[in-house]
Write a protein that binds this ligand. Sequence first.
Ligand SMILES: N[C@@H](CCC(=O)N[C@@H](CS)C(=O)NCC(=O)O)C(=O)O
Length: 227
Amino acid sequence: MYDLYIANKNYSSWSLRPWVLMRELNIPFTEHLLPFGHSLSWDAYRKISPSGKVPCLVDGATVVWDSLSIVEYLAERHPGVWPADGAARAWARSAAAEMHSGFNELRTRCSMSCGVLIRLAHISPELMHDVARLSALWGDGLHRFGGPFLAGSAFTAVDAFFAPVAFRIRSYSLALELPAADYGARLLALKSMQEWYAAALEETFRDAAHEEEILQMGEVLEDLRAR
Ligand SMILES: N[C@@H](CCC(=O)N[C@@H](CS)C(=O)NCC(=O)O)C(=O)O
């Protein structure tokens, strides 16, 4: 049994990636949620994860940190993490890597806060560029491999890498083209994503830095989280 350490479900986009992948692939794990934003979090995280960041997967004596390496570790042990077809796998790895190291504007201007709906004060050309790239990339995968997931008929790691983006699209009302917009809605409708979302809404903890960041980007239209 794996131990998966994650942070607050409302905010932690990186944690969602391995969590949703393991849920969708029915890989059993014990979840440990370490809330961030209070003075003890750095110490609590470092006791588990060498980088002091989560997600972190513990498999007996083996500690795996960073969402990308967790996915690769799981891929060595479980079928279906990446697509079986070589061309689909190459595409899926490229798209996941692009998400891991790119989409900076989307990441910084639209930080994940599942339970909040926000009207952005300003949509920069760089953000428009990221959103257009997202439409093109998702459209390409869906067209090339036939959907309904990005690299074919099954949910794989590349879908897990974009799962947090589906929450961002909803929170910030980002307008994607078809068929990308439908794919985003499909991700949100997954049972695992609804489970994550429901738990995020129940969280009463607020991280001042995240809340401040969101207020600087726009106006909160609705906050659906428990108080
Ligand atoms: N590149 C890392 C990023 C991990 C990351 O930044 N995690 C955040 C939580 S969403 C964190 O642990 N923050 C705590 C901190 O920075 O002190 C990954 O893919 O896992």
